[in-house]
Each structure stands twice: as structure tokens, then as C-alpha cells.
Design a protein around this ligand. Sequence first.
Ligand code: BDP
Length: 674
Amino acid sequence: EDGYDLWLRYAPLDDGMAADDAAALGPVTSASAPTPTIIAARSELERGLAELLDGHEPAGRGIVLGLARDLDGAAAREAATLEGQPAGAYRIARLADGRILIAAQDDIGLLYGAFAFLRHLGAGEPVSTIDDISAPAFSLRIIDHWGNPSGLVERGYSGRSIFDWWHLPDRLDPRMIDYARAEASIGINGVVVNNVNAKAYVLEPRYIAKLRRLADAWRPYGIRVYLTARFSAPMELGATGTADPLDPAVRQWWKDKADEIYAAIPDFGGFLVKANSEGQPGPQDYGRTHADGANMMAAALGDRGVVLWRAFVYSAEDSTDRAKQAYNEFVPLDGKFADNVILQVKNGPVDFQPREPFHPMFGAMPHTKLMLEGQITKEYLGFATHLAFLAPLWKEVITADTGHGGVVAQNLVGMAGVANTGSDRNWSGSHFDQANWYAFGRLAWDPRMSSGNIAQEWAAQTFSRDPGFLAEVVPMMLGSRQAVVDYMTPLGLAHQMGTGHHYGPAPWICDLARPEWNPCYYSKADAGGIGFDRTATGSDALAQYAPTVAAQWRDPKAMDEDYLLWFHHLPWDFKTQSGRALWPELVHRYDRGVAEVDAMAATWASLAPNVDEQRFEDTSEFLAIQQREARWWRDASIAYWQSVNHLPLPEGAAPPAHSLDWYEALSFPDAPAD
Ligand code: BDP
């Protein structure tokens, strides 16, 4: 058990259940002509059932895969319930004659239905109770890879890139098929294969050939490939003297490039673009707007694909409040983007922090398509080492009321997750980080799913269906992200991580060239207090939210304190809702985080009988690191705040293990920084 099989482990059901299920199941047949996707669905079912039933011969009526148009009688009536549903929807039903029907309106729906059926069985549901109809909430369910052609992955903590660019197109790593199975099993239908900080040369013909090999391999699994395109590519590749989006030669170059890609890959998804952000080129270099740039690329693609234009922008010119910049640049452009442009907006206004309020652009651009970008790889949450289940983080955002009519999820056309996969045998760098990949896909399919249900079905398939095990591991997962928030950045603090690598505490950093690179910029801690005033007396970022939303965060005495210091600069003796003053409350939250990690480690230790030795040990070792590092975060942070506020430790609080100097002197030359 090395984790390679992910949640597609298909571990044998216990004997009684396997016998019952086998009695109710029979051979897999297809009512529809075999296409590569239908063949993939059948073979996944056959493979999964053989493993789950573990030698028990299916003796009942068969499992029928069928497109609605190929079915008749009772099966057709069940399939008709899918009418009007979007691509990929499926229906799983038990027919009166005992057959199991997996029906859909398109091939990919059959594959999704096959995976769903195996998921139900894998989670331990008896065949007799499985009855499912499901459709994806969003049409775009995308994974963004941040790997470079060299094989290094920016913010990757699980080895090298999974893409073997060196040997492509001549050799396709068989892992690419397992990868596609995994993505399809959670409904992912698009993969951006290269870093947002892209090289121009990935648009050269030799890369298009590599991409084509991947596209051909993934097509049966419903996955379209996308490329990050560097805005200055025509210039860098020597074709034009400018990258100005209004220049006819530039426009023609992109059009020709799109035609060239579509000739090789007829279902190419489109371009992802990071423009005028962190030094990347973009339309503003030519005095043009984001809309000018995005629309130029959109015109090149036409109705064949989409431009995913990132809204993650911040510039040195206006660093009064980095959190305001994307909204300021993009909201005035509402309605100016072409139909096939989608703005890809990070979940929060700064940058994938352990907790941020939802991005104020959500709901604020009614005439523009938006999608949410989440980070599955845990750049700011302890890399792959710390256990933090992220479904609660994403749920917090997608269920937030925008105040513009509806919750965030209702304002989206898709979700994109920054991958945490790599060449590590277990794909994600740690076993529990597989859960974040899984959860992202499940939420992009159905944002109404609860974090608890997702954790439960993942853990049952990945580790053990034992109810006693699940009763322990699911709550442990659900509390894990809040634990990280508490020991790293409690009460709405953000960006206190070390420079460059973003691992470990560095609240004292205050001397970097650009103000918004410094942790002290975000904490604004001084002798008088701590926190970023984003009310009208400060940056007034609060005004970017709808009035009802702004109102809920305006009063520090009454608001949800999880966002307290995000929006308010408060004196150290400010009275919090617990009755404690801010300083002891802050210390209390750090301690709570540390205690929670200790509890997680104790829970895990008690689960040894339920988990195979290798994965148990791997996870135990990481939890031990997390216990130590949670203390490091707490102690270093408290030591620094004390150097600023000169306050004694609250009664009963343990003093930091070392002096502030000791923490400041630590360095991490070997931490993966990019
Ligand atoms: C930041 C990462 C950086 C990415 C950037 C982005 O530190 O490596 O390039 O996000 O999303 O969080 O473009």
C-alpha cells in the first residue's frame, strides 16, 4: 500500500457484503456501440468489481451501460429523467427485473456513472440501496498544473512534474492513463498542463506535438487540454516586434497559432493567461486593458475554446492595499469581455492564505463569466507535510453570500484547482493530500456536497470502511484546516510566512523591496495594536463588498472573529467576544491550534489497527513534524508580537521555547521555493 491507487483502490469488500453484492450483480454489458469512452467505462467497472468482489462470482442480473437514445422500456424511462441535464449527467437505477442501469445522454456521462457506481460500492453501500442521479454544477472543472518543462513544479511538494516532456510525444508514460482515470473519477474535464508563469516556447510546434499525444490519451476520459500562453509569445518567438493586442500582426499570429493547435487537437480547451502580474507581460505594457488582451486571444480561438484570464494581479504602483487591486482593475471592465473569456479569480483577494474572506469580485461582475481558482497544493498551509483538509476552506468561500444575489457558487461557470500532484509514488506528497485533490473535484461537480460527506467517502475508499475508523478520521480531517489557521494566522491574520518558500513563520520580516511582500505589511503590528484596517478609516477594502456583506464585517465587536484582524486594526486590549482581551485571545488561538494537532496525532495513533503499516507510518511521521512545527509557529509568532507590544504572557501561557533571535536566525535553503 504505497498510495498509488488513490481512492480508486477498490479494496475487497468484507466477505458478507461481497457475497450479497455479487448475488445482485452480473456481467457488464453496453446497450450502446463501443466508443473509447464507453470502453473505458466498461473496463473500469470490470476492474473495480473484480477487486471489490474479491473472487465472489457475480451471479445476478447484469449491469447495463446505455445512452438514453439506445434504451427502451423501463430503462428508457429511467434515462428520460436526465432530459435537460448538462453534459456528463448520469442516472444509476435498479430496474424491476433486477438489472442495474447506468444511463447518460453522452458517453462521458456513462464513464462518470461507472465511477459513481464504484464509489458507492467502494464506500460500502449495498447494491440494493444505490440509486443516484447527478449532474455537474459547472461546465468547467479544471486542474491547473504549475510544472515547468524542466520538470520542476512551482509550489510543488510531491516530486517532479508528472509530465515527461522530454520523452513526449514518442513515449506516453502509462501513468498518464491512471492520471486521467483519477481525474475522470471526480469529474475533472480540463487540465492546464503548464505553469502560469509560462515559457513562450510551449507554443512551438514541437510542444504542440507533445500536447497532442496527451490530448489523444485523455480524450476517452473527457479531459480537454489547455495551455498557459505567455502574452509576449509572438514577440519572444521572433514573429512580431510587439505583443500589443491591437496590432494586426500580433492578432494574426495568435489566430494562426490557434488554427495550428486546433489542426492537431480539435478539442483543445483554450489558453490560460497570467498577464501583468508578478512581472509577467500583458496588455498594460502597451497601454491596453485586460479586456483588450483577453479579447484578442478570444478572437483567435473563436467558438472553439475559451480564454481563462487570471485576475491575480498586483503591482508596486499601488501598494496601499494589495487586497483591493484585482477588483479595482477588473470590475470597471465588467461587460467588456468577449463571450469566451472567463476571469479566473482566486478564492480570496490576497493569495491562497489559510483563511481569507471571499474575493469581492464574486458577484460584482454580473456581465462577465467568472471561475474560482483554489490552490490544492498547500503553499501557505505547511506544504505536503501538514495535514489540512481543504474542503472546509473552499466550502466557506463557495457558500458565502455575495450580497449581490446568491452565494459565490451561483456566480461561477467553473472551478480551477492548482494541482498538488507530482512524481511521488503517492501522487500528492502525502496520503492525506490526496483528499484535497479528491475534494476539489467533488466540489467542482457538486458544490452543495458537505465537507463531511466528501471526507467520509474519500476515507472509506482510500483507507477503511470500518465505521469506527470513519467516526474518528472524518472529524479529524474536518478540524484540521482550522488547526492550521489557529497555529499560523489566527483571528484573520494573513501572510506571516517566510519569504520565498512560504514555509514557517516570519512575522518580523519588514525590509523587502515592495511593501506588500512583507509579513509586517499584513499584520500592521505595533505597540498600539495589530491588524489591517480595511474599514473607511483605513484602505476601505470593505467598500468593495456589497453593503450587506460589508455590514457584517464592519463592527469588530459583533463580527465573525475569524476575519477580525483582516478588516480591523485593534488595540491589544480590545475586548473580544470570549471576554478575553485581544492579546490573550490571540495566544489562546495559537494554543488551541497546537492542541488540535496533538489531538490529531493521538487520534491517528489510535487508528493503527485500521490502516496498513506503510501509510500509517508515513502519516504518523508527518504528524510528528506537524506537532513540532505548530509549536514553532506559535512560539515564534508570540515571541515576535511580544517584541512589539511589550506585554507579558497571559497567565498560564507557556513561554516560547527560544528567543526571538533564535527563530529569526533559522534559514531554509533546502525548502522548495519554486
Ligand atoms: C503565488 C505563488 C506564485 C504563483 C502565484 C500565481 O507564490 O508562485 O506564481 O501565486 O498564482 O501564490 O500566479
